[in-house]
Design a protein around this ligand. Structure first.
Ligand SMILES: CC(C)(COP(=O)(O)OP(=O)(O)OC[C@H]1O[C@@H](n2cnc3c(N)ncnc32)[C@H](O)[C@@H]1OP(=O)(O)O)[C@@H](O)C(=O)NCCC(=O)NCCS
Length: 206
């Protein structure tokens, strides 16, 4: 019985999610995006309710990446409204503790590691090779880029972005919609909406 998945967004991240979905035994039914973005585009985001009702689609996930972080949350709300089921996609070569939890719409790419007691809320991205150690809490719509290392008990609040290869020290909180630059080493809490970069990480412009 095929499990047909609609992916919202046909850009680079959407195509990465399509690969992940195939590895998780889903068949990609198509994407929503602008016409011509990919031959498999079935319609625009505004067509989602009609597609959910009529097309041979069993579920949906978000395929918009970090180029439009705010949009990821808005699209997720639309997907919920469409009443399509929203699966979590966890690659078979990701390593998860038996006590780690991943909620609806979140995507966990190959070689990611989720330690004991980790909770990943909805519509979160955990990219390839990211390490999310024990007791970390990752809130809705957060985005963890490739190779980032979150030491134990880190809290990542709603919609925050962690750049590639960043290292977050134990117990640090990354505030709502904060941005951590690639390669940063974060020693202390980052305020909501703040962007930090560097080693050690400092607010931009400081
Ligand atoms: C930190 C970041 C968000 C800043 O983006 P931005 O505001 O567009 O910054 P700019 O590229 O205009 O650079 C501004 C300055 O910050 C510096 N800078 C940019 N990124 C930096 C980083 N990660 N670490 C240290 N310094 C950085 C630039 O060298 C530049 O310095 P200057 O003013 O002395 O010339 C961005 O560079 C970044 O690291 N993004 C993460 C990308 C990533 O990991 N993507 C993974 C997707 S899967």
């Amino acid at each position: 019985m095929p499990r047909r998945l609609l992916i919202l967004g046909a850009g680079g991240h959407g195509r990465a999610v399509a690969d992940l979905a195939a590895a998780c035994d889903w068949t990609v039914a198509g994407f929503t995006d602008r016409p011509g973005a990919d031959p498999r585009v079935l319609g625009g985001d505004e067509d989602l309710p009609a597609l959910a009702r009529s097309a041979p689609i069993d579920a949906g996930v978000i395929g918009v990446g970090n180029s439009a972080l705010q949009r990821r949350a808005e699209l997720f709300d639309r997907l919920r409204e469409s009443r399509l089921p929203i699966p979590a996609l966890v690659h078979p070569r990701a390593t998860l503790s038996s006590s780690a939890r991943v909620s609806a719409g979140s995507v966990v790419f190959p070689a990611a590691v989720l330690g004991a007691g980790v909770t990943v809320a909805e519509n979160v991205v955990i990219y390839s090779g990211a390490v999310v150690e024990h007791d970390c809490r990752i809130a809705d719509h957060a985005y963890i880029s490739p190779g980032a290392i979150l030491s134990g008990a880190v809290v990542v609040e709603v919609g925050a972005f962690i750049g590639a290869g960043a290292v977050i020290l134990p117990g640090v909180t990354i505030g709502k919609h904060a941005v951590v630059g690639a390669g940063a080493v974060v020693l202390a809490d980052v305020l909501a909406g703040e962007t930090v970069a560097g080693v050690p990480a400092r607010p931009r412009g400081a």
